[in-house]
Design a protein around this ligand. Structure first.
Ligand SMILES: Cc1cc2nc3c(=O)[nH]c(=O)nc-3n(C[C@H](O)[C@H](O)[C@H](O)COP(=O)(O)O)c2cc1C
Ligand code: SF4
Length: 648
């Protein structure tokens, strides 16, 4: 039975004349790749099919290229209707049939330029009128093919090229496509009406609408709470443009923010964990006041109460779930069936999805390794359940226990601390990282349902394991903070990042963090947001540079937040000693005393002592997982545990 409080999420809504069964949509995410003809693959159909089966009302595909030809299939190859219309239509028909069978509708996102494609039109002034008209025609021709393939509508993505033409500070043209607002948006209006001409006025055309650029002087992004003078598009201009766009036939606005120029580092387009919920809601609210067509928005909208309230109060008409549907494709149905506790939460890490795309790897999801691998064989349930013991309740241990139990094994998990979660339970204490806590809770609930025996506050000594005599032993004993010695390391001034974020230790108003990796920077931000003056010292030439690279948007936002909270950063420097007066550091060959109340050590982690060597030959199958094997990150820990526990 659905919780009545969230009933509004499941009321139908109409875009143009197209009725959608509920108010939930999946925004464009370029996760799947096309084949060498620019057509959708079987894997793509399975990816979207899984989301449709999960109950979402509307899917908007990841960006399709409007111009540019398809080439050899690569991990970043975009579907391209014009590359081989016949192949595109045939695969598209298969895709749309699969989606429609679930009662879900599907739009294609058509992008003027995306990534390297922007090169073709670099320098907006350089485009001739004929090229502009060619682009408009390419949109219309692509839309016609998309319609023939059974898709229910299109969304126009502005991308770098249309951003370049519509933004006053970038568009230097002196002709009818430059200058006044009406001229700058002329191309978008022409694209909309050209599509309507070839596809018919009832064919829905919506716009991915960056309503505010959040662009500061000097070309940097602005943070949500920052006071700054907007150098790009501001909401007043967006509202005026919206009126023009509706007059041209636009059937709806899918609100976003930021500009394409920042590409993957745009934290307004790919909001990282550090953002609060409902990233674009304020923009939607003002837009709703000036347009009568539906306003849609994603941007950390997975909280059902927030989403329902936003619908009820008329701030928007449809709620977007992008990354939340990568993490859990069944989210809509779980909400509907009152199983919200079973929804696997998105962490906002951008690591398994966006960062993998950028790195040229197959995109998936940190917490859901099955994402974008829907065609790969599912775990086999076992006919002969075995005894499985897991040592360690961090991400790797929890995932190994979950997968083993799903397959039908009888699982016992030992965790030496009071709660599951490993390092996650400490990161969840940091400001803005509540999603980590939600993930722990999700595992706690799943493991309980799967009847995994969880022994908390219990050290897994060899005798206890011998008493169980497991067939399979997973050792996932995690990592511990790396220790360093220096003159003064036993001083009261010295503390460590874990104690700081768990409030185990008092920290004075001025503090130095030794180590500018992710945990050092996040702990420093935590303190800086609590009004401590922070100084971060890192031995590398830059902070956040060691280990597995952070997703660009997350890295940029964390950097900007540290700067916003006035943290000082000293790179290529190292701690020499801690004295009564503060921290003595050496930078550029010179020693310097920094007066501080406390010195927080955050120089990374190393594998904790492990029972692997001692036990590896004692049982038929023994595996070491997660940080216990090599210190990496959550994606690596969950991914490897999922793979190994699914296979053995
Ligand atoms: C991996 C990934 C790929 C994306 N690809 C696109 C895209 O092709 N076109 C687009 O307009 N937005 C794209 N986005 C942005 C999403 O549509 C969405 O606005 C963003 O993820 C915020 O919504 P969420 O918090 O619900 O994920 C992408 C986001 C991610 C994480
Ligand atoms: S990889 Fe991270 S940000 Fe992307 S969907 Fe999964 S949990 Fe969310």
């Amino acid at each position: 039975m659905m919780d009545k409080k969230i009933g509004d999420l499941f009321k139908p809504v109409t875009i143009n004349q197209l009725e959608l069964k509920n108010r939930l949509f999946m925004p464009a995410m370029g996760i799947v790749t096309a084949d060498e003809n620019g057509a959708y693959t079987k894997a793509a159909i399975a990816f979207y099919g899984a989301r449709a089966r999960g109950g979402v009302g509307l899917i908007i595909t990841g960006a399709n290229q409007v111009v540019g030809s398809a080439g050899k299939k690569t991990v970043s190859s975009f579907p391209t209707p014009l590359a081989n219309p016949e192949a595109y239509t045939s695969a598209g028909l298969e895709l749309t049939r699969a989606i429609h069978e679930q009662g879900t509708k599907i739009f294609v996102q058509l992008a003027a330029s995306w990534g390297s494609l922007a090169e073709q039109y670099k320098g907006c002034n350089a485009m001739t009128t004929a090229q502009i008209q060619g682009l408009v025609a390419a949109f219309a021709d692509s839309a016609k093919i998309v319609q023939a393939a059974g898709f229910d509508g299109v969304e126009i993505e502005t991308g770098e090229l249309l951003d370049g033409l519509t933004l006053a500070h970038l568009n230097q043209r002196c002709d009818g496509y430059g200058g006044a607002l009406q001229n700058r948006f002329r191309i978008v209006c022409e694209i909309i009406s050209a599509i309507k001409t070839v596809c018919g006025s009832s064919f829905p055309v919506i716009l991915r609408f960056g309503m505010k650029s959040y662009l500061k002087e000097g070309g940097h992004q602005a943070l949500p709470d920052e006071t700054f003078v907007e150098q790009g598009r501001d909401r007043e201009e967006a509202l005026a443009a919206a009126v023009l766009l509706v007059a041209a036939g636009c059937d709806g606005f899918d609100v976003t923010a930021g500009i394409s120029m920042f590409e993957s580092a745009s934290y307004w387009k790919y909001p990282p964990v550090y953002f609060g919920k409902g990233v674009y809601l304020e923009l939607c609210e003002v837009l709703k006041k000036v347009v009568a067509v539906p306003v849609l928005a994603a941007g950390k909208m997975a909280d059902p109460e927030l989403a329902t309230e936003a619908l009820k109060t008329g701030r928007l008409d449809m709620v977007g779930l992008g990354r939340p549907l990568l993490a859990d494709p069944e989210l809509p149905d779980k909400l509907k069936n009152d199983q919200s506790k079973d929804i696997r939460p998105c962490l906002g890490c951008n690591d398994g999805c966006l960062a993998q795309l950028i790195a040229g790897h197959e995109a998936s999801c940190t917490v859901n390794p099955d994402c974008n691998r829907e065609l790969q064989p599912m775990f086999k349930t076992v006919t002969n359940p075995k005894k499985v013991v897991v040592i360690g309740g961090g991400p790797a241990g929890m995932e190994a226990a979950r997968v083993s139990a799903v397959r039908g094994h009888q699982v016992t998990l030992f965790e030496k601390s009071y709660r599951l979660g490993g390092k996650l339970k400490y990161s969840s204490k940091r400001i803005l990282k509540t999603a980590d806590d939600e993930l722990i809770r999700w595992y706690e609930i799943q493991l309980e349902k799967l009847k995994v025996e969880i022994c908390l506050d219990e050290l897994a000594i060899p005798e206890k394991i011998a008493a169980i005599n497991p067939d399979i032993l997973f050792i996932a004993q995690g990592a511990e903070a790396r220790q360093v010695t220096f003159p003064g390391n036993d001083s009261d001034k010295v503390t460590n990042a874990l104690d700081v974020i768990t409030d185990k230790t008092y920290v004075g108003p001025r503090c130095i963090a030794i180590g500018g990796g992710l945990s050092g920077c996040e702990a420093a931000l935590h303190l800086a947001m609590h009004r401590h003056k922070m100084i971060i010292v890192d031995s590398s030439p830059d902070i956040l540079s060691a280990g597995i690279p952070l997703a660009p948007a997350n890295k940029q936002m964390l950097r900007d937040l540290l700067a916003f909270y006035r943290s000082e950063i000293i790179t290529s420097a190292r701690l020499k000693a801690v004295t009564e007066d503060g921290a003595m550091i050496e930078a550029n060959g010179q020693e310097r005393l920094i007066p501080v109340h406390h010195v927080m050590i955050a120089v990374g982690f190393e594998p904790a002592p492990s029972l692997f060597k001692e036990l590896q030959h004692n049982y038929p199958q023994v595996y070491q997982l997660g940080d216990s094997q090599a210190v990496k990150n959550i994606r690596a820990a969950i991914g490897a545990a999922n793979e190994v526990a699914g296979r053995v």
